[in-house]
Write a protein that binds this ligand. Structure first.
Ligand SMILES: Nc1ncnc2c1ncn2[C@@H]1O[C@H](COP(=O)(O)OP(=O)(O)OP(=O)(O)O)[C@@H](O)[C@H]1O
Ligand SMILES: [Mg+2]
Length: 678
């Protein structure tokens, strides 16, 4: 027996050695293949990774926690992040920054800036006149914009993910609140760039949660539409979303499950933080009362004591979710005086009574935007830490009129898991089962322009035109082309948000300017001079609302058509043209991007079709003076739109095959029009 064992051992050893070599090889191959997601909450971030051969999982931070505070302590020569920074909040409250996402992309006069100052008076907010935005003035020499601070946090999230994955990571999907507008989304992208992250997508956190829910219930999704409501109350804000799950036929993979965002309602400032601040104020009042007559200073003027009170308020709030009362207790709160006070849940609920009244608001808004009623919603699922507050659940349950609220997802981690699934789906290194995600536009976007018209001979007047480019609750990603077919000279058009009537006056002020940009076209007149004998097909502006919900103007071109004989000869007459695609608002870049303001007109050799075929969103042509508004909420059309489908040369070839050699065929000339003024 013993002899047999000896003979087998070397073979086993060889086998292990071979496996080790193979594993090492695999690891080498999989180097840098891991991708990550960050659910970027206002209070904490949840990071997840996926790497070859390992299931998607939540990253544990250095303290082995699954949530990491979005907190940074900035000193002259040192920076602290996460739990270390959170523990510095009391010793060094002025240098410890939290909840700064509320300031992203905000100008000085924005109500969120005033709110931040009121909530955290220990921080000095300066104003950068050049960028027109606020920054943190840490010391006379040290200042950081909220984007820079977020960049540091994202960089830290990457280091946590890399340590956990034991390999470098570059690609990430980052969550943003669904209500983030263009400026806020761009601010997050800017922060990610500073962190050296390649953003595969900014995904709305409600969509990421819905994706996670759908992926784990794939088998329950069938051809019958099921509507599910997610109610997410986090620390900073509340979002209510209505999602329809259904299987749909896809071109590439047959029947697949799909989620479609149907309705979204939100309250930008309703969340756990505001409840905590109410409790802190209550505790501060109690402490001041206890010390009345002792000549003591107001505790509110002591940032360290206020930081201690905020931490205690957070603890107290959490305990009161499970207990009817609790003793708040802080040793040496101020001037070495201890603080002790009993707080009941009833008192807490009274302090936050007006906040609880706001709980149904996002539900109503979501239903309105989805044009649905509650009977059509099958279940309501709780997401986010603050939905653990019993009163929130009580008010919500009453508002939705259901028997119970769904607690069947991980309220803290679903968004991070959904986002990492999306990261794996977008990364070429992984193969995941398809799950179609159709997100929806919250803020409609319009193109507006004013044109001189002559309605009666000799009587000229200005006519203001509005065209909906992306309608509210329309799907994205999506490309759109607008054709201006009555211009033969340079002109301007404005890209504005559309009707934001569903926002309250305060939210409108938070929103800032409703003008996204003004596009000044140059070279239109030149193009008409260049092709005097050809028929103008209009000035076409190509827009893209990408998967991150970020708008860009891809190109503007002046299109002419003429009929010519024999295609081969005429093809050579198409003047070759560099495809100068430039992006709007400094968003994306292409190597050939021309500076704005140059009066150039270029012809295109062969322009891509209006909208790439890969785009899941529909492409539509909006014509100036179009009779009917463009329908842009329907599912992607089964066939390509007529004019957009085929590159012009291909069209020409098709025709050539059909017709006799001498037949005439249209040739299209595209002159790229540049723009200036933004
Ligand atoms: N048991 C509990 N009782 C009451 N509140 C709780 C409980 N657990 C967590 N919270 C609160 O939930 C909030 C954090 O929730 P979450 O992690 O979902 O927020 P976030 O993602 O950081 O913020 P947001 O999504 O609003 O940007 C905090 O205010 C926290 O105090
Ligand atoms: Mg959150």
């Amino acid at each position: 027996m013993a002899a047999t064992v000896r003979r087998q051992r070397p073979r086993r050893l060889a086998c292990w050695a071979l496996m080790a070599v193979l594993l090492a090889h695999l690891l080498a191959l999989s180097d840098t293949l891991a991708v990550m997601s960050v659910d970027l909450g206002s209070e904490s971030m949840k990071v997840a990774i996926v790497k070859p051969g390992v299931p998607m999982e939540i990253v544990l931070n250095k303290e082995s926690r699954r949530k990491t505070p979005v907190t940074v302590t900035l000193k002259e020569n040192e920076r602290f992040f996460g739990d270390s920074a959170a523990s510095m909040a009391i010793k060094n409250p002025k240098a410890t920054l939290r909840y700064f996402q509320h300031l992203l992309g905000k100008q000085e006069g924005n109500p969120h800036v005033a709110l931040y100052r009121a909530r955290f008076p220990e921080h000095e907010l300066g104003f950068d006149p050049q960028r027109q935005t606020v920054h943190f003035q840490i010391s006379p020499q040290l200042q950081f914009s909220p984007e820079e601070v977020l960049g540091m946090v994202l960089n830290y999230s990457r280091s946590l993910a890399e340590d956990f994955a034991e390999q470098p990571i570059k690609d990430a999907v980052i969550t943003v609140p669904a209500f983030f507008n263009q400026a806020e989304r761009r601010a997050v992208l800017q922060a990610a760039r500073m962190a050296g992250l390649k953003v595969l997508q900014l995904i709305n956190d409600n969509t990421a949660t819905a994706l996670s829910y759908g992926v784990f219930r794939r088998k329950d999704i069938n051809t019958t539409a099921q509507n599910v409501m997610f109610y997410d109350m986090g620390s900073g804000s509340t979002v209510c979303t209505i999602v329809t799950y259904q299987t749909v036929k896809t071109k590439e993979a047959g029947m697949q499950p799909q989620l479609q965002i149907r309705g979204v309602g939100f309250d930008r400032t309703l969340g756990g933080l505001e409840m905590e601040l109410r409790l802190r104020e209550h505790l501060a009042r109690l402490f001041n009362k206890q010390r009345k007559g002792q000549g003591a200073k107001d505790v509110r003027e002591n940032p360290r004591a206020m930081a201690k009170l905020l931490r205690e308020a957070n603890r107290l709030k959490t305990v009161l979710s499970a207990n009817a009362d609790h003793m708040a207790q802080i040793e040496g709160l101020m001037d070495d005086v201890d603080f002790k006070a009993k707080v009941t849940r009833a008192e807490f609920e009274e302090l936050c009574a007006d906040l609880f009244e706001r709980v149904p608001g996002p539900v109503q808004q979501a239903l309105q935007s989805a044009e649905m009623n509650l009977d059509e919603v099958e279940q309501v699922i709780l997401v986010g830490g603050a939905t653990r507050v019993p009163k929130v659940q009580e008010v919500l349950l009453k508002a939705v009129g259901k028997e119970e609220l769904g607690k069947n997802i991980n309220a803290d981690e679903a968004a991070a898991m959904g986002a990492v699934y999306q990261a794996a789906a977008l990364s070429k290194a992984f193969k995941v089962k398809p799950f179609v995600v159709r997100d929806a536009v919250i803020y409609p976007i319009l193109v507006e322009f004013t044109r001189e018209v002559e309605e009666e001979p000799g009587v000229r007047s200005l006519k203001h035109n509005k065209r909906v480019l992306f309608s509210r609750m329309g799907p994205y990603p999506q490309r759109k082309v607008i054709t201006f077919n009555r211009y033969n000279h340079d002109f301007n058009f404005h890209i504005n948000y559309g009707d934001l009537g569903f926002l309250g006056p305060e939210d409108l002020r938070v929103f800032g300017s409703q003008n996204l940009t003004t596009v000044k076209l140059k070279g239109v007149g030149e193009s008409f001079k260049k092709y005097p004998d050809y028929e103008s097909k209009g000035i076409k502006a190509h827009f893209n609302l990408d998967e991150s919900g970020v708008l860009s103007l891809i190109r503007v071109e002046s299109v002419f058509e003429t009929l010519v004989e024999d295609s081969r000869e005429e093809e050579s007459t198409l003047t070759k043209l560099g495809n100068t695609i430039s992006s709007l608002f400094g968003g994306g870049t292409t190597p050939d991007t021309k500076e704005n303001g140059t009066d150039t007109v270029q012809e295109e050799e062969e322009s891509p079709a209006e909208g790439s075929k890969d785009e899941p969103g529909e492409q539509a042509e909006l014509k100036e003076e179009a009779e009917a508004p463009v329908e842009d909420t329907s599912p992607p059309p089964p066939t390509e739109p007529k004019e957009a489908a085929v590159p012009e040369e291909e069209k020409a070839t098709e025709k050539e095959n059909e017709e006799k050699p001498e037949a005439q065929k249209p040739v299209v000339y595209r002159a790229l029009v540049t723009r200036s003024g933004f």
